[in-house]
Design a protein around this ligand. Structure first.
Ligand code: NDP
Length: 489
């Protein structure tokens, strides 16, 4: 497996020649999957120039919206054709299970089709501006977009950006994470196969240096970034110099609140899913379980049994329930945060170690970990781990539950489990975050907006707002019978 080139510029695959070699590793066993040179600043310039020329030519933005929609549908069809191949690429790149990778591909198909449907909806409107005047507001594509994505959901994340950008008529330069470029490169091949004109979407592979050059580039009109909050701050600063539009999807430290009037088995099963899906490397992971004191012991007993039973392994093995972490660095970060919590007095209820299985020795594995009795000021409670670590806190009344849930600088997602409908609605309304699940965890649909409050981000993806992010509105005022202004009379 390899990438067809580290650059896709103006419709042509090319290799970068920076001399800075990036190695893509399979996190299951650390084996080399692909190696390529990072893009140079000159490559970034050429990619942005190609996107700019394609935009200005009108060869994409000038097409009838229905033709842009057709292209998105054709790309979705090609993804359906390549489903197994793409899922396997994603699993080798990220370590997630094939079941998850297949679900990601299916979700991407749904997102492409959703934005194909929205592309043809006319959002212009007429404004009543008085006699003798035609006044209307029209939507135009925002221009050249820099789309920068992380390693946990590479294909999914780029589709949330590219599908609406293309539906709106924008052109783009894409930069996936250096750790997981394979499926993004494949998606670009599929777009070309579907007939996307050259230069409309360009790719530069590379690390944060390449990302930084791209978001700061004066030829870029809009930046859409998904990644960590620290990087998000750097992106916002870099974009400020040329006052670009910026959209950021950042980290989360998401509360999962369990009241005592629920089926404990169901709540535990879902809490494990919320926290340990994709080894906890999910921005919306339910990493803070906030449990009513009356069911705390029963819930923790269930969590411990469930976490210890999770089968780690090769994502390609259908029996595997969870894969490894993305890298040795990510595991070291996780180990450090668990060690810090234990030093601060937390109790290790499950996990807290690498697996003993020798077959997993070369991969970046870490056992699903449950911590109780954490201090609220401990990093593991306040900061995103982005690993399989669940902290458990207790409450005794609804107000305390909401206060604990909202005691975070983040605000991406959260959940409440209760059999009381009125309480469910009260708590859902009180949680300060972009998505709230009631008696569920993790589902999303392309038609519903996704994004965070506080330090979880700026703006929304998905839904009609996810398309509006890639449009500029223009007010057009026309006086039917021109006359003197009267100002100088
Ligand atoms: P990073 O912030 O490290 O990287 C994200 C992307 O930005 C990568 O492509 C990275 O390149 C690039 N990058 C790094 N530095 C810069 C820079 N200065 N300017 C521009 N681009 C840069 O995130 P991770 O890849 O580590 O992903 C994990 C993070 O993403 C988590 O914090 C998670 O919460 C968040 N996330 C948020 C989601 C959401 O919807 N809110 C969804 C998924 C993830 P490279 O990695 O190649 O160096």
């Amino acid at each position: 497996m390899s990438v067809p080139g580290s650059l896709f510029i103006d419709g042509t695959w090319q290799d970068a020649r920076s001399g800075r070699v990036l190695r893509v590793l399979d996190p299951f066993d650390g084996s080399l999957v692909a190696a390529h040179d990072a893009a140079t600043p000159g490559d970034v310039d050429r990619a942005v120039a190609a996107a700019r020329a394609a935009f200005e030519s009108g060869k994409w933005s000038g097409l009838p919206a229905a033709e842009r929609a057709d292209l998105l549908h054709r790309t979705a069809d090609l993804l359906v054709r390549d489903r197994e191949h793409v899922a396997l690429l994603e699993t080798r790149d990220t370590g997630k299970t094939l079941r998850e990778s297949r679900a990601d591909v299916d979700d991407v198909v749904a997102v492409l089709r959703y934005y194909a449907g929205l592309a043809v909806v006319d959002v212009s409107r007429v404004v009543d501006a008085g006699p003798g005047v035609d006044s209307r507001v029209v939507a135009e594509p925002a221009g050249v977009c820099a789309l920068v994505t992380p390693w946990n959901y590479p294909l999914l994340e780029i589709s949330w950006k590219l599908a609406p950008a293309l539906a709106a008529g924008c052109t783009a330069v894409v930069k996936p994470s250096e750790l997981t470029p394979l499926t993004t490169a494949h998606l670009l091949s599929l777009l070309a196969e579907a007939g996307l004109p050259s230069g409309v979407v360009n790719l530069v592979l590379g690390d944060g240096e390449v990302g930084a050059a791209l978001v700061a580039h004066p030829g870029v009109d809009l930046v859409s970034f998904t990644g960590g909050t620290a990087t998000g701050r750097a992106v916002l600063r870099a974009a400020a110099d040329t006052v670009k539009r910026v959209h950021c999807e950042l980290g989360g430290k998401n509360p999962n609140v369990v009241f005592p009037d629920v089926d404990v088995d169901v709540a535990v099963d879902n809490a494990l899913y919320a926290a340990f899906l994709h080894a906890g490397q999910v921005c919306s992971a339910g990493s803070r379980l906030i449990v009513h004191a009356d069911v705390h012991d029963a819930v923790v007993a269930g969590l411990v049994a469930g976490a210890e039973a999770i089968r780690l392994g090769d994502g390609r093995d259908e029996r595997t329930q969870s894969g490894p972490l993305i890298s040795a660095a990510q595991r070291a970060r996780t180990e450090g945060m668990v060690a810090g919590a234990l030093a601060d007095g937390a109790v290790l209820a499950a996990g807290g170690r690498r697996p003993e299985d020798p077959a997993l020795r070369d991969g970046f594995f870490y056992r699903p970990t449950v911590l109780t009795g954490c201090r609220r000021d401990t990093a593991v409670v306040r900061e995103e781990v982005f690993g399989p670590v669940l902290t458990v806190e207790t409450f005794t009344d609804e107000q305390e539950a909401v206060a604990l849930a909202n005691d975070t600088v983040y605000g991406l997602a959260g959940a409440v489990w209760t059999g009381d409908d009125e309480r469910a609605e009260r708590v859902a309304a009180a949680l300060r975050c972009g998505t709230v699940w009631i008696n569920d965890y993790h589902p999303y649909v392309p038609g519903a907006e996704w994004g965070g409050r506080g330090q979880s981000g700026v703006g929304r993806e998905l839904g009609p707002t996810g398309l509006a992010e890639y449009r500029e509105l223009k007010h057009v005022w026309r006086r039917r019978s021109p006359g003197r202004s009267g100002w100088l009379d």
